[in-house]
Design a protein around this ligand. Structure first.
Ligand code: CU
Length: 257
């Protein structure tokens, strides 16, 4: 078998699925799949030639099989990268796998005029540091939302903060919410709940489908990023202001560095 250079060498292979004479490889920047936002890369290797297959069309559907019911989670479409044999997308897992309940990844991929399918169990872990990066909640508008922080390499500086916001249309269907606002109020609960200057609330970026803003850290340590979700009429759907009497919002992300 010819040796093909792997363009994803720098990433972590989290799962590989063999079917239809192909090996589908799922890669992440993280070592394992975790709850929250996972940026993922896929490759399809033809096992008869050892070559990676370019320009395939791939769709995916993660489903969690729980004891009482099944549900999916927010996910992007999968696009071909400049590498042609590397495909990219993201999945926001709301829950971790456990001994009785598991996630299954259903993949459908097409090339050369044929469509193939494969389903495999995947392991979704709770984050190793225990920090909250995804919120699943019911808004004041009786709509269920999923809000996830995108990966951030925090620095004592003004950081670019991005998040994705999805509405739960049904157990199996999630759609991007446009044009809402996510206010941010970072605090250090261990240090008199002090804040930081020059933060900017997250607003919707139609070009990427993400919410982006500025998150200011004045020192290292544990920060709670208190959030409020506002709809297009500036009505608060979830979260509370931080005041003398109210130490934190019910909607938040956590970062420690
Ligand atoms: Cu679940």
């Amino acid at each position: 078998m010819p040796v093909t250079e792997n363009p994803l060498e720098a990433y972590n292979l989290t799962s590989s699925f063999e079917a239809n004479g192909h090996m589908l490889e799922l890669y992440s920047e993280k070592e394992v799949l975790t709850t929250g936002y996972n940026e993922l890369y896929l490759q399809i290797k033809d096992l008869s030639t050892g070559e990676y297959i370019p320009n395939a069309t791939i769709t995916w559907n993660p489903v969690m099989h729980m004891t009482e019911m099944s549900h999916s989670c927010p996910k992007s479409e999968i696009s071909v990268t400049e590498e042609k044999t590397v495909y990219k997308g993201f999945i926001v897992f709301q829950m971790a796998s456990n001994t009785d309940e598991y996630w299954e990844l259903n993949l459908e991929y097409s090339f050369g005029g044929t469509t193939y399918t494969i389903s495999e169990t995947i392991e979704v872990n709770a984050p190793a540091d225990g920090k909250k990066t995804v919120n699943v909640f019911m808004g004041a508008d009786d709509t269920r939302y999923v809000l996830a922080m995108m990966p951030l390499a925090p620095e004592v500086a003004i950081n670019n903060l991005s998040a994705v916001l999805f509405k739960m249309e049904s157990m199996m269907s999630f759609s991007i919410v446009e044009d809402y606002t996510i206010t941010i109020d970072p605090r250090m609960p261990g240090m008199g709940n002090h804040s930081s200057p020059n933060n900017e609330d997250l607003t919707y970026d139609a070009a990427t489908g993400n919410y982006t803003g500025k998150l200011s850290f004045t020192m290292t340590g544990y920060w709670k990023i208190n959030l409020m979700l506002l709809n297009t009429n500036d009505e608060i759907l979830k979260g509370e202001s931080v005041t003398e009497e109210n130490e934190s919002s019910s909607l938040y992300f956590e970062i420690e560095f």
